[in-house]
Design a protein around this ligand. Sequence first.
Ligand SMILES: [Zn+2]
Length: 289
Amino acid sequence: MITRFAPSLTGYLHLGHVLHMIYVWGIAHTKGAKVICRIEDHDQGRARPEYESAILDTIEWLGFTPDLGISVEQAEAASAYRQSDCAEHYTEVLNRLNQQGLIYGCECSRREIAETQSDRADELCYSGTCSEKDLPLEGNTVRFRIPSDEVIFQDLKLGECHQTPAEQCGDFSLRDRTGQWTYQFCCVCDDIRQNVDLVIRGEDILSSTGRQIQLFQLLECTIPQFYHHPLLYDKQGQKLSKRQHAESISQLREAGATPEEILGKAATLGGLTEDFGPINKNEALSLAI
Ligand SMILES: [Zn+2]
């Protein structure tokens, strides 16, 4: 089996990432899976390349070692695991979907789409205004024609999940009008090409899973197994605010924290253990089941 740790280059790693690493490496260990490290910098408007070496350094300092992909030692050689180096691959997959008639160009602005929303949903749902206009893909948002059916999948943590992407988000975007690939599209393309068959990620991404499964299905590729883990909570059981976990691991490290103290803090805030005391990496991994 192959799973992945896929940090984005939009900031330094914080305690939420550490909890995520405990789950990824812990479950991989239980299942005998290999861990890929890939760099998610598909959004060149927001990604900052200077974060990469700091992130890789933190992963290593905490004692986590990827089996494949990008690491401190393999930063140059492994460009197939850095999204900004993979545009050709994404174009190839996009062309395949185009040949199947599964994508179209959309000229609507975000504001125009927002104006069509009838109720207050968690996210914008595109109604398909441009689906029959036959607009060029270049210079427009490229949207995926999603099937209307409900998607049912067995999450390894949450059990049976039901989602209807057509009602959640509608035909979602694979590439924006400026040519930036989207998270949803890159994630599926990468998981296919890197033979990822076990996706471990936070519950905050759960709503994306149904639509990604539809992409896997229409690309006729094997759908990975999914495990969505809980996020960090404070002592009162409230989800930590951005400000509360804004402190980066680099900052904690500079202030004198050890890897064991950081692992203990992340495991406690993640509800895996109770006392905030330091734990070593193997103890941390054994908590993630
Ligand atoms: Zn449109």
